[in-house]
Ligand binder design. Structure first.
Ligand SMILES: Nc1ncnc2c1ncn2[C@@H]1O[C@H](COP(=O)(O)OP(=O)(O)OP(=O)(O)O)[C@@H](O)[C@H]1O
Length: 567
């Protein structure tokens, strides 16, 4: 149980909610008879030990009726909140993923709806759906949709500017997919908090509608109707109105306090493995661009169980160093790099003893200043540049956007910088190319445009995940040349991910060999001939050279390695 729920306030809320749940589930069974039994001789009796809230004009016990009314009041509240939240999420997500023009239209529509007082909207809808309990639920539910739509679209816009959503977009994720997988899980905590608080307002609105005679109709009754009936005898028997009033106020306060407690116990996306109180490990390299110790990454499988995919990886990258991660498909190369860049979404559980980029602790949620630093100092180049670039924006616009958003450059200065960056990565005729759309670029040129995009900040680390896999050999060389130029110009370190040990050994200073989510060997490229691990040797043996016997089959890496040394 979260710490906040163990405080006196938390315990009071939990106990109060338990009482409400019990009254909702068991109320009609336990108090149903007392709530309907008429006792004309005792009509409109004042509060007494036998009838704590008194009796109504038919002599029915008002406490029992208040208990029985809990079910309808709570269920209607939950139904209306469900409609408000469901409708709000759909409308808010639509508003967030639509193209700019349509998004403005939908947002303006939400704004217009919001400008009407909420209760007025509820009254309007209740006229449409009629004065019944279902009509009231629909009316109050629909009237709450604009509130949640605005909340979702505002929260979504704030999350949409985070690096991992940018990265998801760069990875080619569709807006809807990005919204569902990356945006919604991250806005869930504030949504839950607001839902709880909204439940309180909804409950009061039901009471108001029923009190006005527009909500629940006889013979059904909720707290609002009991309040309405009680108010008629308030001068004779005040408890007839105060009793249901207490139920409404206490439950409303409980929902509000629940929202407050949930907001204080908000979950963190990434958690550190270090137990509380254990001192920081020594061996930390303060100058390192990347400093990772015992990185473990897990994902939930289909059955909901956590499956660890990266098992305790150590990785340090010095300033300006070029490190290659090699390994077969699924060995955890990309997941490791994404964790280093802090780009894994909430579906990943990232644990580590240390996970730092230039001294920034990536295990905790970065501050606004740290996010800006990360945006400027990290560059990501993915395998498929066509899906990493926005097809609807000119290459120039995408380059300048990075500079304007993160570095705060003016449009003119950003364009000048973009032209320089394009020239540096050897894109011919930058002045013409800057106005073109990505599909007008060749594959290699797109990849170089991605590198140029990284140069728009002040990169200290360029992560290139299989940047040349989709390209032919000549173009591969151009892209690697552009990466090398970028490093020379900026002094940035490079983390190159590839399954091709030949490519990595020709480009990097150091090689990290991964297999099945673990590092099996790390060595300088110069020492590659002295690789000890059979898996590394298997990878090297797979690279044919001029003397390779073409009649001999290539080694089967997995089998060879497993036979010799288990990992
Ligand atoms: N979002 C995710 N949810 C669940 N499992 C994932 C997710 N991302 C990666 N994995 C799993 O983690 C493991 C490592 O994946 P990773 O992408 O790092 O491999 P890789 O070595 O980069 O391979 P490739 O070269 O094919 O990209 C794989 O088994 C993959 O299925």
């Amino acid at each position: 149980m979260p710490r906040t729920f163990r405080s006196p306030q938390g315990i009071a809320v939990v106990v109060g909610l338990l009482v409400v749940v019990l009254a909702t589930v068991l109320g009609p069974t336990l108090s149903g008879d007392a709530a309907t039994a008429r006792d004309i001789a005792n009509r409109q009796a004042p509060a007494s030990l036998a009838h704590l809230f008194g009796t109504d004009p038919l002599g029915r016990d008002l406490l029992a009726r208040t208990v029985v009314a809990t079910r309808l009041s709570v269920l209607l509240t939950l139904g209306a909140v469900g409609i408000s939240v469901g409708g709000g999420v759909v409308l808010g997500v639509i508003a967030a993923v639509l193209p700019r023009f349509l998004r403005r239209l939908v947002t303006a529509f939400i704004d217009i709806l919001l400008s009407f007082p909420w209760l007025l909207l509820a009254l309007f809808f209740s006229v449409i759906w009629g004065a019944t309990s279902t009509g009231a639920m629909l009316a109050i539910g629909f009237a709450g949709i604009p509130v949640f739509a605005r909340l979702v679209s505002t929260l979504a816009s704030s999350v949409a500017n985070t690096d991992y959503v940018h990265a998801a977009r760069l990875l080619g994720s569709s807006p809807l997919r990005t919204a569902v997988r990356h945006v919604l899980p991250n806005i869930l905590p504030p949504m839950i908090v607001n839902t709880a608080a909204h439940a309180s307002v909804t409950l009061l609105s039901f009471a108001a509608l029923s009190f006005l005679g527009l909500g629940v109709q006889a013979p059904e009754y909720d707290w609002g109707r009991l309040l309405n009936e009680g108010s008629k005898q308030i001068y004779v028997e005040p408890m007839a109105a105060i009793g249901p009033g207490i139920a409404i106020v206490l439950t409303g306060v409980l929902f509000s306090l629940l929202g407050e407690l949930l907001s204080e116990s908000g979950p963190r996306r990434v958690r550190a493995a270090r137990p509380a109180g254990v001192a920081e490990a020594t061996g930390e390299d303060e100058n390192a661009v990347v400093d990772v110790e015992q990185l473990r990454v897990s994902f939930r499988g289909e059955d909901g169980a956590l499956i660890e995919r990266v098992h305790g990886v150590d990785l340090t990258i010095a300033p300006g160093e070029v490190v290659g991660i090699v390994g077969e498909s699924g060995s955890g190369k990309s997941v490791t790099a994404m964790a280093v860049a802090g780009l894994l979404g909430p579906e990943a559980l990232v644990e580590s003893e240390r996970l730092r980029f230039r001294g920034i602790d990536m295990r905790t949620r970065p501050s606004a200043a740290e996010r800006r630093t990360l945006g400027l100092e990290q560059a990501m180049i993915f395998q498929d540049p066509l899906s990493s670039l926005n097809p609807a924006l000119t290459v120039g616009r995408q380059l300048t956007e990075a500079s304007e958003v993160h570095a705060g450059h003016k449009r003119g200065a950003a364009t000048k910088r973009a032209l320089e960056a394009m020239a540096l990565v050897r894109i011919p005729e930058p002045a013409k190319r800057i106005k073109q759309l990505p599909h007008e670029f060749s594959g290699g040129m797109r990849q170089r445009a991605m590198i140029a995009m990284g140069l728009m900040g002040s990169p200290r680390l360029i992560i290139a995940d299989e940047p040349t896999t989709a390209l032919d050999v000549t173009v591969q060389r151009q892209v690697l040349r552009a990466l090398a130029d970028a490093r020379e110009r900026t002094g940035a370190a490079i983390l190159l991910i590839s399954h091709d040990i030949a490519l990595v050994s020709g480009f990097c200073d150091r090689i990290v060999v991964m297999r099945d989510g673990a590092v099996v060997e790390q060595l300088a490229v110069a020492d590659l001939d002295r690789a000890e691990h059979p898996y590394t040797r298997g990878l090297i043996d797979c690279v044919p050279d001029m003397t390779t016997d073409r009649a001999r089959p290539l080694p089967v890496i997995g089998v060879a390695a497993e036979e010799e040394v288990p990992v």
